[in-house]
Design a protein around this ligand. Structure first.
Ligand code: BLA
Length: 505
């Protein structure tokens, strides 16, 4: 299939080895020990005061004519693996440049960026604004407020026309879940973008290097020259000037956004999403402002984890007391099935289900909204047939289990626990279908490029997809509560069986 081939080819592009940079600065690579120049971007003659070919092999501090050579050398010798800002270089021949350095194996990569005419800024100058922004983000009491305030703070710091918070799902499609803008660019709120828009190697790189800026998508890349003909291409994974994939530049032009900056938002080691900034015109952002945005991205990560923990803890406490009431009911009743089915509200509430069924020892009880008894029994028989001895979860059961075919309205979702180790007995919880309408930014199934070449799509027209036969997914805390409850029931059932056996002796 042509479409599949294109996507594989996308993911194979070695975007960390482009051999070129964006033109709003210069790149120099020096040996970490000797500080001798080994690579330079083609226009770097402007800061080296001679063509790069005449500069290779010479120590960089003899080449760059600046007021603070000693601090430049110190900065290069101590460069860490992530880019850091060195002192602003006051160059004698050209305008002042921001120096940014990082270590890459045996090399140090030094990047000199022209300072933007406005808002060059130091981190120190930005600090009061950042402190207030972080305070507002920390005051947010729910996810929506946290995401909205993150988008607003990043926009206030950077002045981009539109700032989006973009969240990946399990399949790496992404949905715009928060937005802040000034209406110069159209709103993308709520739109979903297919995984292929950001291929796998790009996502892997963005998990390592959290920020990238494309100042003008119409730029001409500047090649990197080397003093040695057999030198391998420079690894630009952490370079701030790295030239980006031409496919993506075309994508940006199609989107009508010549400038973009994106900041990775991590959930532990996993790329959770991006804060994606766009401008209707080219836009340069100083390293200090970029660093401040990276920090806001990290504050967002930690606030999300804190909010999630608070929600989980709250859920756990409520679920423990629900379980305690259910177990008390079971202990007080004649049979544990009576106890369970009498406390209907807690039984359903434990995992937020609309219906439940208890199948035990040939008995079948239905509670709330469930499929008819014969279907419920067929589902249980299929679970037993599959050898399910602990837990089974699905949020699209009719597509996954023949016995549930046609049962979308009552049994799109199933959470089942096996409640006896002696014979096939189950407690089933059901959820109904939630018809979801997904607004894709362009038809995700459309072939990418009929000519067979590598190119991004050109249409971002909203395209509605209706998803049927799915329930709300079961949340991690709900599955955990079902698992805990199962352990409690299994031990009660075992104890009762032992008591019966003792009585019969
Ligand atoms: C990179 N694609 C990206 C990036 C984004 C997107 C955010 C990161 C670079 C950046 O900050 O701009 C996509 N941008 C989006 C999406 C939104 C957005 C979804 O604003 C939604 C609001 N792209 C394609 C296809 C290919 C492709 C078909 O559409 C492959 C053939 C490739 N995208 C591609 C590549 C990169 C990329 C290779 C990496 C660019 C780089 O860092 O070099």
């Amino acid at each position: 299939m042509a479409g599949t081939f294109d996507l594989d080819a996308c993911a194979r592009e070695p975007i960390h080895l482009p051999g070129s940079i964006q033109p709003h600065g210069h790149l120099l690579a020096v040996e970490a020990d000797s500080l001798r120049l080994v690579c330079a971007s083609a226009e770097a003659g402007a800061v080296l005061n001679r063509p790069p070919a005449e500069a290779f092999g010479l120590p960089v501090d003899r080449l760059i004519d600046c007021a603070s050579t000693a601090s430049l050398i110190r900065g290069l010798r101590n460069a860490p693996t992530e880019p850091v800002q060195l002192e602003i270089l006051k160059l004698r021949s050209v305008a002042d440049h921001q120096a940014i350095a990082h270590r890459s194996g045996a090399l140090v990569i030094l990047e000199l960026e022209e300072l933007p005419a406005t808002g060059a800024g130091t981190l120190e100058a930005l600090y009061p604004q950042m402190r207030e922004g972080i305070r507002r983000m920390q005051a947010a009491h729910d996810f929506d407020a946290l995401l909205a305030s993150t988008a607003a703070e990043v926009r206030a710091l950077t002045g981009f026309d539109r700032v989006l918070v973009y969240r990946f799902d399990e399949q790496w499609n992404g949905t715009v879940i928060a937005e802040d803008g000034n209406d110069r660019l159209p709103s993308y709120r709520g739109l979903r973008f297919p995984a292929s828009d950001i291929p796998q190697q790009a996502r892997r790189l963005y998990a390592l290097n959290r920020l990238r800026l494309i100042a003008d998508a119409r730029y001409q890349p500047v090649p990197i020259l080397s003093g040695r003909w057999d030198a391998p291409p420079l690894d630009l994974s952490f370079s701030v000037l790295r030239s980006v994939s031409p496919v993506h530049l075309e994508y940006m032009r199609n989107m009508g956004t010549p400038a973009s900056m994106s900041i990775s938002v991590m959930d532990g080691d996993r790329l959770w999403g991006l804060i994606s900034c766009h401008h209707a015109e080219p836009r340069q952002v100083s390293f200090a402002v970029r660093t401040a945005c990276d920090l806001l991205g990290q504050v967002l990560s930690s606030q999300m984890i804190a909010l999630e923990r608070a929600l989980d803890a709250d859920h756990r406490i409520r679920s423990k007391s629900t379980q305690a009431r259910l177990l008390a009911h079971m202990a007080a009743a004649e049979s544990f099935i009576d106890g369970l089915s009498e406390d209907r509200e807690d039984l359903l509430g434990l995992v937020n289900a609309d219906g439940a069924a208890i199948l035990f020892d040939g008995d079948c009880r239905l509670i709330g909204r469930t499929p008819p008894q014969e279907v419920v029994e067929a589902i249980a028989a299929e679970l037993a047939g599959q050898g399910i001895k602990d837990l089974f979860v699905s949020h699209q059961l009719p597509a996954e289990m023949p016995a549930a075919a046609g049962m979308e309205r009552t049994a799109s979702g199933l959470l089942a626990i096996s409640i006896s180790q002696l014979h096939p007995s189950y407690l089933l919880w059901f959820r109904p279908e939630i018809v979801q309408s997904i607004d894709w930014a362009g038809d995700p199934k459309k072939p990418l490029d009929s000519s067979g070449g590598l190119s991004p799509r050109s249409s971002f027209e909203a395209w509605k997809e209706t998803v049927r036969g799915q329930s709300l997914p079961w949340r991690h805390g709900e599955i955990e509560a079902a698992g805990d409850f199962r352990n409690a029931i299994v031990s009660i059932v075992l104890r009762k069986a032992e008591e019966m056996a003792a009585l019969n002796e």
